[in-house]
Design a protein around this ligand. Structure first.
Ligand code: IVH
Length: 678
């Protein structure tokens, strides 16, 4: 091949890479709608840099390697930064890191150079301006020169001080006018909670916390932003005149003193070996941190040396971002299977050609729900990008359409439960399909635990250990089977002696007298909680009448709307559920509501509630006591008969002890109530 054609093909390659990068930068920085993972982006960028370095004649001022970021998008007022907000150069392995360290020493012509190490939080950088110790402006990075004024949103972030108290300012030695730069992040807990809410609302989940934080900062409704629980970590203080803090480490301490959140995972290394040790530690702690990080930042500690080292076009020479191994990879979807969760929820899962991601082999990735498959436009056989975030299960984040094989095929969501074969339902406005057969083997364990729980059928002793064994050994295949258990069957289980077996059988026997609302609650009908079950029992009086009720009948009952009535109708429309009810009837369960709602078994007795009970709320406990005729009072006196104490019970408990009043825990209260009822 001639020299000319080689350089031509290189220049074509360079131009193609630039185009690709520009396209994705636009999607990422301007539209907040990335289509490729950061890892993929980094790969292209590195390729381009390498080519430009090898062929300096191809360099161009408009190359994506020559600028900081994308253009800021319209919407918020644009504000020029006091000084450009730069990016950082990256090192992807130890060799590259040591190479940087070598250059720093060379350029600084110093032998001993201290580095400050900080976590590289995966969020968005932000510049906060304080005038006269008051927050006046919060500006996003934008293209590094001009950002967006998002002050109204920033003010809602609790870790951003709105003003700095005079004493703190003095202690920190910060001037009255200063600028702070740092990272806005959405902590993982908030991210998971918000995504769960989105799923409940039928919205597609956000791909990662950073995208969610970016979208949030651009929200025009500050009170929505306030609910999102964004966080801000400061990592720079900028001063107008020459340095107040000759070292970056002092500057960070000053920010912490002034009341900013400064990441505690930081320190000073005397050389690159010490810094490397921290990097290894950070990689190990990555999974357990409450937010996502994508690396470690090293900064030359001395500000004088920083000045000496200066900047390249886009980044300081005195700092480097060590990036952790990619958390995403491209692989092929071999099949899509559907799993049934403990609550009956159907989750589609992609079976992948196994691939290592961040040190773990990944062979499966969640697809969340049917809508997500549609949103991704995924077909079986597609190549996809799979991402493994902090503590989450791997997920498919995008389909590489250009790689779609000709034999790729559509996936159709099952209409019947893959485990038990009964029809699945999707309630209006919900994203998930569910199996609502209580006896579906996938659900049975959970159904049994719920049925036996305290406050439901109160079958003490039918806890996880026993339920696991009963279902695994096939001794119980549906809820009603527990009523045909005998001593021999129970004795065949591990860790169950004669005494335990007998008491469990007694508990099971006793549960047959449980009131109708408890039975209704025990069935585990979606949205039918304690209150609704009680209303249903009161309104219809018998199980049969509940089963026969129409949507209209149901919606006449207090607090029952179309959502609940649909769930009830669907429940009774499943043949397996009707069979179950007949079996429960045959076992002798109580299918008739007590005439009188309140008894007088506890009349004349006064109770005081204190502390937090393990399962009941205060209100629930009060309601139950009053239902049996008892009185609940707010303070302990000689007239008090019982004090019901939960966790963190305070002075009331002390007083009760002094007065010699009987103290009950939740279990004892339940027993008392149960006895009152019989
Ligand atoms: S210093 C001039 N420190 O990483 C240096 N950046 O890749 C500017 N980042 O835009 C950045 N944690 O959004 C710095 N402790 C940290 C950081 C950090 C996260 C982000 C920041 C920056 C990007 C550069």
């Amino acid at each position: 091949m001639s020299k000319k054609s080689t350089s031509e093909s290189v220049s074509e390659q360079v131009e193609a890479l630039r185009e690709t990068l520009r396209h994705h930068e636009h999607l990422y920085y301007v539209l907040d709608a990335p289509e490729v993972s950061d890892a993929q982006y980094d790969v292209w960028m590195r390729e381009l840099r390498a080519l430009e370095e090898a062929h300096p004649e191809l360099r161009a001022p408009d190359s994506p390697t020559q600028r900081v970021g994308g253009k800021p998008k319209e919407g918020f007022a644009k504000v020029a930064h006091s000084r450009p907000m730069l990016s950082l150069d990256n090192a992807y392995d130890e060799t590259e890191l040591r190479e940087w360290d070598r250059r720093v020493h060379e350029l600084a012509s110093e032998e001993k150079i201290d580095y400050v190490y900080e976590l590289k939080l995966d969020g968005l950088s932000l510049a906060l301006t304080y005038e006269d110790a008051q927050l006046v402006r919060g500006v996003t990075r934008g293209d590094g020169e001009v950002g967006e004024d998002v002050t109204s949103n920033i003010r809602t972030i609790r870790s951003v001080p709105l003003s700095i108290a005079a004493n703190k300012l003095r202690a920190s030695r910060l001037p009255k006018n200063f600028e702070v730069r740092g990272e806005v992040v959405l902590p993982l807990a908030a991210f998971h909670k918000l995504n769960a809410e989105r799923e409940e609302q039928g919205l597609a989940p956000a791909a990662n916390p950073r995208n969610f934080a970016a979208g949030t900062l651009r929200t025009l409704e500050p009170n929505i932003v306030a609910q999102r629980r964004l966080d801000f970590y400061a990592y720079f203080a900028l001063e107008e005149r020459s340095y107040i803090f000759p070292q970056q480490s002092e500057s960070l301490d000053a920010l912490a003193t002034a009341g900013f959140r400064v990441n505690p995972q930081r320190g000073t290394a005397r050389n690159i070996d010490e810094a490397w040790q921290f990097i290894a530690q950070a990689d190990a702690m990555r999974e357990s941190l409450p937010y996502e990080i994508d690396g470690v930042v090293l900064k030359v500690n001395s500000r004088a040396l920083q000045d000496k080292l200066g900047f390249t076009g886009r980044a300081p020479r005195w700092a480097i971002a060590y990036k952790f191994a990619a958390r995403s990879a491209v692989t092929q979807v071999q099949n899509i299977v559907v799993q049934v969760g403990r609550t009956g929820k159907l989750t589609p899962v992609a079976e992948l050609t196994p691939i290592p991601i961040g040190g773990t082999m990944v062979g499966r990735a969640t697809l969340h729900n049917a809508d997500e498959i549609a949103r991704l436009g995924l077909q079986i056989g597609d190549y996809v990008t799979v991402e493994r975030g902090g503590d989450v299960i791997p997920k498919v984040v995008e389909v590489l359409l250009e790689k779609r094989p000709h034999n790729a095929r559509d996936f159709s969501f099952p209409t019947h439960c893959p485990v038990c074969g009964s029809a699945v339902v999707r309630e209006e406005g919900e994203v998930d399909f569910r199996c609502i057969n209580v006896n579906c083997p996938a659900r049975l364990r959970e159904s049994l635990l719920h049925f036996a729980a305290r406050g439901v059928m109160n079958i003490e002793g039918l806890g996880e250990a026993v339920v696991n064994q009963l279902t695994e050994r096939g001794l119980v295949r549906n809820l009603a089977d527990i009523y045909s258990l005998d001593e021999a069957a129970l004795l065949s289980l591990e860790r169950i002696g004669e005494k335990t077996a007998q008491s469990l059988l007694q508990q099971i026997e006793r549960s047959k007298h449980a009131p109708l609302d408890h039975v209704l609650l025990g069935l585990g009908i979606r949205f039918v909680g304690e209150r609704t079950a009680q209303f249903l029992a009161d309104a219809f009086g018998t199980m049969d009448r509940v089963m026969e009720a129409s949507a209209e009948d149901l919606e006449r009952v207090q607090e029952i709307g179309p959502r609940i009535s649909t769930a009830i109708l669907e429940f009774f429309s499943v043949p397996e559920n009707r069979t179950l009810i007949e079996k429960l009837r045959a076992a002798g369960l109580n299918f008739t509501a007590e005439k009188k709602k309140t008894s007088s078994k506890l009349s004349g007795l006064t109770f005081v509630l204190t502390g937090t009970l393990p399962t009941l709320t205060r209100e629930e406990a009060k309601e139950r006591i009053e239902r049996e005729g008892g009185t609940v009072s707010g303070s302990v006196s000689k007239k008090t008969n019982y004090v019901v104490a939960g966790e963190e019970a305070g002075s009331k408990l002390d007083k009760a002890r002094k007065l010699g009043i009987t103290i009950l825990d939740e279990a004892a209260l339940m027993d008392l109530l149960e006895r009152a009822r019989l």
